[in-house]
Design a protein around this ligand. Sequence first.
Ligand SMILES: *Cc1c(COP(=O)(O)O)cnc(C)c1O
Length: 467
Amino acid sequence: MPLHEKRLAEIREMLDDDVYASTDLSQSMPKYHFPGSEQAPKDVYSAVRDELMLDGNSRQNLATFCQTLAEPELHELMDLCMDKNMVDKDEYPQTAEIESRCVHMLADLWNSPSSESTVGCSTVGSSEAAMLGGMAMKRAWEDKRKATNQPYDKPNMVCGPVQVCWHKFARYWDIEIREIPMEKNRLIMTPEEVVKRCDENTIGVVPTLGVTFTCQYEPVKAVSEALDQLEKEKGLDIRIHVDGASGGFLAPFCAPDLEWDFRLPRVKSINTSGHKFGLSPLGVGWVIWRDVSDLPEELIFWVNYLGGNMRDIGLNFSRPGGQIICQYYNFLRLGREGYRRIHTSCYDTAKYLSGEIAKLGPFEIMYDGEMSEGIPALCWKMKEGVDPGFSLYDFADRLRARGWQVPAYALPANCSELPIQRILVRHGVSRDLGSLLLGDMKAALEYFKNHPIAVPVTPAEASGFHH
Ligand SMILES: *Cc1c(COP(=O)(O)O)cnc(C)c1O
């Protein structure tokens, strides 16, 4: 390049050019080969930010259980904590201390008999927390079998329609999963169905407090009582781990009389997702054991901490700390009262939407967001014997044109022919936002009336592109 042209290019660089007029953004960014040269931060930032627009607007994503609204203070704390590594307990002792306070606060929230002898830890989410809770169940069962010289090579677990993390747990650790299939008139576990599947090789029973598919609470107390009876009759002492991914942060505030937690002695461990109804940014879950004796010693690693020793339980080494600090912020900021107020308004909106969606005509509400029965959400199916000229998949697709993500999906076995549609009402899904959605639903129905779908999408086809 001749010298004067080079100088001109330098001058142009110094002027704060319009990013989109810059040479960098007039060419497309490398996609799959590793880039050779450097580029200006503002150009790359604009390109990446713009591409992210295509993800859609998370506040209109009514499919996710995860938090999509954050106070400015949470952004500030996340920024402050960018460099906090949870594994370095000795280097970031205050972060470790705050994590430990959260464990005790959760134990208290879940009515632990003694928040002193409780143990637990933060995780990346409920998936990892479930893995740890599951491993503890398996190890405790093995220890019991070994102590009495009995074989321990055929472990099984009993559950209702579980989230995929339990399928992973079962597959990764070679455990037979005895998942109670759904029936048309029974979408969650019952004590009878649980007990039928239990035997001497059952490492534990896993009820879900807020089933992913239909959002209902499984009957933990009734299952616990049935297991007490089983112990009396057959001498089998089977522990319970509750998957409280959603419910763990809902029931204590909105259904305090529901006994599902450590009030039941058989409940030995509980997991929850801080980034769901715990209202923290993505990347935090929790697992808590009732008593230190419920966590087999083999799963604990001891790490150095301020010259002393601290338990380290978990699958990761390095792990970000911001989400955990934000969890603590939320506990202090909201308290029981704040969580109750926020979640109660979500339940109210869920009830309102259920009532209005039922009035639209073709839909039958299956769960309407009743506080004592499940999480703030609703789901519906097509009324039986009605052919409105479109499927729920078509309906979901039509709503997507206005940015709403309201997924339609088929239920698991034995209801895989039954598509349903679900809305999660989270913090920030206001009555107003709900009304806007209802308006778009009405417009969609009107559209299908005038333009019926010739060949509606079937569950089998849809299973290829939804989960
Ligand atoms: C979301 C969810 C999980 C998985 O939790 P993550 O925090 O996303 O890892 C497990 N179980 C249930 C019931 C859930 O709703």
